[in-house]
Design a protein around this ligand. Structure first.
Ligand code: CP3
Length: 364
């Protein structure tokens, strides 16, 4: 489908003269008037407006309400002028439909800092075989309704990014039972490789059907959050991750929207990741941006700004944003973003100052 489509009675159709937003142009490495900027976790607890909503509903209740999804997704666009919106949801929302008992421990009303918890983690081949690939139109209707509600609320001001978790990152929560490291999952790779492959296969299928349906509902780009990929050795990436990530890239390519691969701790593997079929590779702060761009010819690059800088001082945050833009250079295909998500406690004034500085930056 066309990423600049319009919604007509629930179906997305092509507009006669689609306007290309700077974010979508940068994904395709086309020239832009200004560098587009958005930030991972741009909707979240650093915002007073988000915290006010979370006083009333739990995190999962929020993720399951299309109206609240739209409100929370659009708020940072109105507040800071980001060039793209990202669907408010989580990379684990489909796990209950797959048969896993998901909760967010301190994610009840009014509380924060709650990590995910899986009551019945995946440990054996039988556990993997019992997992069901979700049917988004049935199991995740609230996400798809959320996507439609966001597109309506945005009225094409900025494009909407849909997302799913990468197989390795989702598996780490499914197998460990929460944010408890990677030892059980990595041991599974070495002790029971066939079980691990069967798990990654199911999670890949789950990722593909979700992203296909998000795009059909109106998402105009797709980001794969493979946050913890840096935990794996090169040979394990080759065997247990890259083939699955390449399949997801291919599935996104068929939908017609640009694809973004996000990970951290993976700068040793950039040349290899450039060949997975993604339009954009998101890099963390552990590499100079000019080096990342030189090592990623033929793909757009996103990210690189250290989210800790946003904690202040503001002059340093702004100066380092300008320094990053200069180092990224004028070659089309750079999207300003963080190396990982905005941190809780980030002053909103600093976010605004950095977005404004990116927008004001020029090559003249
Ligand atoms: O980027 C965005 O603005 C979109 C929303 C989004 C959330 N989670 C909202 C969220 C996205 C894209 C995610 C992805 C996600 N979820 C990832 C990959 C990205 C990353 O940061 O590495 C992971 C690992 C998860 C799993 C998850 N969800 C964890 C580990 C936690 C607890 C830790 C934390 O940051 O609070 C969550 C909860 C979560 N997901 C919150 C938000 C806003 C906080 C919930 C609250 O309101 O208390």
């Amino acid at each position: 489908m066309d990423p600049n489509g319009v919604c007509f009675e629930g179906t997305w159709t092509k507009m006669a003269a689609p306007m290309t937003h700077p974010f979508l142009a940068a994904c395709r490495r086309e020239p832009v008037d200004r560098v587009p900027v958005w930030m991972m976790r741009q909707a979240g607890r650093y915002q007073p407006s988000y915290r006010a909503i979370r006083q009333k509903v739990s995190f999962l209740e929020l993720c399951r309400s299309p109206e609240l999804i739209a409100q929370v997704t659009v708020a940072p666009i109105d507040e800071f002028g980001f060039d793209a919106a990202i669907l408010f949801s989580d990379i684990l929302v489909h796990l209950p439909a797959m048969g896993l008992d998901l909760s967010f421990e301190k994610g009840e009303k009014g509380k924060g800092d709650g990590g995910p918890k899986i009551g019945n983690p995946v440990r054996t081949r039988a556990d993997v075989d019992a997992l069901r690939v979700p049917v988004p139109k049935k199991d995740l209707q609230y996400v798809l309704d959320g996507v439609r509600a966001i597109r309506t609320a945005l009225a094409d001001r900025v494009p909407l990014i849909g997302f799913v978790g990468g197989p390795f990152t989702v598996a780490s929560y499914a197998v460990e039972g929460g944010s408890q490291g990677f030892t059980r999952l990595k041991t599974m790779l070495y002790a029971e490789p066939a079980t691990a492959h069967a798990l990654f296969e199911k999670l890949t299928q789950a990722a593909i059907v979700q992203i296909e349906e998000q795009v059909a509902a109106g998402a105009q780009a797709a980001q794969i959050f493979e946050s913890w990929l840096g935990e794996l050795a090169r040979e394990d990436l080759e065997e247990f991750s890259f083939p699955y990530l390449a399949r997801i890239a291919e599935a996104v390519r068929k939908t017609g929207v640009p694809s973004i691969l996000f990970s951290t701790g993976t700068t040793a593997h950039l040349e290899r990741m450039a060949k997975l079929g993604y339009d954009v590779i998101s890099v963390d702060w552990r590499i100079p941006i000019d080096e990342a761009r030189a090592r990623l010819p033929g793909v757009a690059v996103q990210g690189n700004y250290d989210s800790t800088l946003l904690l202040g001082p503001r002059e340093v945050a702004v100066a380092r944003a300008q320094q990053l833009l200069r180092a990224a250079g004028p070659t089309p295909g750079y999207i300003f973003n963080l190396g990982h998500g905005i941190q809780v406690g980030t002053p909103t004034e600093n976010v605004k100052a950095v977005v404004d500085a990116v927008h004001a930056f020029g090559w003249k």
